[in-house]
Ligand binder design. Structure first.
Ligand SMILES: NC(=O)c1ccc[n+]([C@@H]2O[C@H](COP(=O)([O-])OP(=O)(O)OC[C@H]3O[C@@H](n4cnc5c(N)ncnc54)[C@H](O)[C@@H]3O)[C@@H](O)[C@H]2O)c1
Length: 330
């Protein structure tokens, strides 16, 4: 497990699922400023880290990164609207993500510090797997466009100012602390929350669609390693294996001790992604990163985790259950 020490670190989106898991990893030996507008973040995600006395939370947009007086050594930028349907509802979020990104890039340019940010495997939508970082991408949706902009603007800052920037294309990330994301949480968490209560999850199509599911602890490992990148680089953050949604439900049934049959409905999405699968060779070669947690173990960790479900007494659980009995976009 890689970590850092003695650094001042900004984590935008640090109250979110991945961001707070990163903060948990780093908070013991570093000073951390979390900048989060709490759109899908929660203070509960930071409760453990706050006890370290090393974490300050600023409830604000990522655009305000330079407002608190904090001389960062490293910036992690995860504070961007995190799901495709959010942008469909309000396409103006695309402009917001782009302008926030410029503020973050200006901060790292002025302070001459490295930036690691959340890109996405959605960039490969419509591209045949396995997905390599140099694949030719296509225009697909607003969310993806925002990340393509973030990558291209970062490349420009690398070219013009020698900024050190790593764009991390996360695949399908799951793990504890997804409660505040509610209907935007990973399919594994959403299905688990339903199945724990004896409800049947809804699958689009026949369940043979495949996803490269990666545990959040592995993602955090990749993020920590990426802080030392030189120049502008893009990395896949996946496992290099993909699993069908049917087999994922099978593992959930096994770990939960249930025998719930999913409900299958006709595929309602025309440009639905059949498979995501990371080519992991570049991250392995350049970052020394390989995912260590296989799906079976990751789901075991999740079903056994106190923070995973209603057993924690989460106030949102009833709302979530009501919402997720609707068909879910996978
Ligand atoms: N979880 C995945 O499978 C996955 C896959 C690909 C990319 N990503 C990206 O990784 C990042 C983290 O995702 P996550 O799964 O932890 O989701 P999340 O929704 O839990 O985290 C995003 C965090 O950023 C905050 N935020 C959103 N917009 C903001 C803004 N304008 N200013 C400040 N804070 C803002 C939210 O309140 C939240 O705390 C996101 O950018 C997401 O798009 C996630």
């Amino acid at each position: 497990m890689t970590t850092l020490s003695g650094k001042n670190i900004i984590v935008t989106g640090g109250a979110g699922f991945i961001g707070s898991t990163l903060v948990d990893r780093l908070c013991t030996n570093n000073k951390i400023l979390v900048v989060d507008n709490m759109h899908t973040g929660s203070i509960g995600n930071l409760s453990k880290a706050m006890k370290s006395g090393n974490v300050t939370l600023k409830r604000s947009s990522s655009a305000d990164i330079s407002k608190p007086r904090f001389d960062a050594d490293i910036v992690y930028h995860l504070g961007m609207y995190s799901s495709t349907p959010m942008y469909k509802k309000d396409p103006r979020l695309l402009g917001k993500v782009a302008s926030d990104m410029i503020n973050v890039l200006e901060y790292v340019r002025e302070h001459r510090v490295p930036l690691v940010f959340a890109s996405t495997s959605s960039i490969y939508n419509g591209v045949k797997p396995p997905h390599r970082e140099d694949a030719q991408y296509k225009v697909t949706d607003y969310y993806t466009e925002g990340r393509i902009f973030a990558e291209r603007a970062s490349e420009l800052y690398g070219l013009l100012y020698d900024s050190d920037i790593a764009a991390m294309r996360f695949f399908s990330v799951y793990g504890p602390k997804e409660r505040a994301k509610r209907e935007y949480a990973n399919l594994i968490s959403q299905f688990m929350w339903l199945m724990e209560k004896g409800h049947r999850p809804v699958i689009y199509g026949d369940g043979t669609q495949k996803r490269d599911f990666i545990h959040v602890d592995d993602v955090v490992e990749a993020l920590v390693r990426a802080h030392a990148v030189k120049g502008f680089k893009v990395y896949n953050v996946g496992t290099g294996s993909s699993h069908t949604v049917n087999s994922m439900v099978g593992v959930l049934n096994e770990k939960l001790g249930t025998a719930i049959k999913p409900k299958y409905i006709k595929m309602p999405i025309s440009n639905y992604v059949r498979e995501t699968l990371a080519d992991t060779s570049k991250a392995k070669r350049e970052l020394g990163f390989s995912a260590r947690i296989p799906l079976d173990k990751g789901i075991s960790m999740l079903t056994g985790s106190k923070s995973a479900g209603r057993r924690q007494g989460d106030p949102n659980s009833h709302t979530l259950l009501k919402r997720t009995t609707k068909p879910i976009i996978t």
